[in-house]
Design a protein around this ligand. Sequence first.
Ligand SMILES: NC(=O)c1ccc[n+]([C@@H]2O[C@H](COP(=O)([O-])OP(=O)(O)OC[C@H]3O[C@@H](n4cnc5c(N)ncnc54)[C@H](O)[C@@H]3O)[C@@H](O)[C@H]2O)c1
Length: 380
Amino acid sequence: MTKPLNVGMIGYGFMGRAHSNAYAQVNHFFDLQYRPVLKAVCARSADKARAFAEKWGYESVETDWRKLVERKDIDLIDICTPNNTHADIAIAAAGAGKMVLCEKPLALNGAEGLRMVEAVEKARVPNMVWYNYRRVPAVTLAKQLIDEGRLGRIFHYRAKFLQDWTINPELPQGGTALWRLDVAAAGSGVTGDLLAHCIDTALWLNGPLDSINAMTETFVKERKHNLTGKVEKVGIDDAALFMGRFHNGSLASFESTRYARGHKALYTFEINGEHASIFWDLHDLHRLQYFDHRDQGLVRGWRSIHVTDGDHPYMGNWWVPGLQIGYEHSFVHQVADFLKGLETGKPAMPDFRDAYRTQLVLDAILQSAHEQKWVTVARG
Ligand SMILES: NC(=O)c1ccc[n+]([C@@H]2O[C@H](COP(=O)([O-])OP(=O)(O)OC[C@H]3O[C@@H](n4cnc5c(N)ncnc54)[C@H](O)[C@@H]3O)[C@@H](O)[C@H]2O)c1
């Protein structure tokens, strides 16, 4: 018999759907002691929350997250709302003794992130942040190959996250649909939204970053604000680039933008080591490109590993070798690992403290760009 774990989810947008799907699927594919129960969904509009609850099978709705957090029948609070709401909800949830799962980036900035870390650690509640790309099987395989030492000493880590959806200067900022363009709701632009993913993966695969030198740009300086109706200054970064040094001596090169015409979600990373290189591309997420210089010269070349075999990470839980899975499965894997962590007492990562380290890199990027100088990354 599985043990029920009552989920109260806040926000029913893009991530609300991805998480709901993961809770619904996880026990079908993974053998686990715990079983998420879709107990309540919370959103400000009762009608919309009810429609979502009916579609996804939530038992009840709330319109005020504070009420949800206080409910005795909720074990876990899942935060799927804009970045400026994460801290208040997470701290209240931890105070009420709930497990807390929070979408990325953890917070608006490092100081806020630290308060969240302290809250969950003081309350000793299980916690995790949804940096889901770690659980794309090809990315998990990259981690395995690096940990086995196949790449040897690492020289370069290169990552990009490119989109093109904000080029139109007539696009307003703020409000329900466009909170990502409003610095008060988002905290930053592509730095917290896109680079955050690249940095989480990089710290996981390649260890801490010591120092960075960044530049950011806001190409469209003013946009109409959906909440005030007035044309207002744009406070987010539209593009961010940085170079840096990892603690292991390798060099970092990172870029993200929403102004790369033709690119929708082109997250790529490449790692060059002494013996081997690895390349991954979100648009082709089930493949890992691998080059090993130690191969015999005649057949040496980039191999494209189709990460679908039963002995590849997570893939034994899905279909037969050769059949691919997709984006949504990374969330199923993250829930599976979280629930397994409850069983084994070995928490799934990234927890709040781990995600706080990413937040400190985000702070360093914005500081470096603002002050136009190298910045040492604080250690969390
Ligand atoms: N892990 C990932 O790959 C990934 C992808 C997209 C978004 N995110 C993160 O997920 C979070 C949500 O992003 P999204 O794309 O789902 O946004 P979204 O705009 O699609 O949905 C946000 C939801 O929050 C609700 N909401 C806003 N304020 C609220 C409040 N005070 N109380 C209750 N509900 C409220 C909105 O009604 C909406 O349902 C953000 O932190 C974002 O950075 C992560």
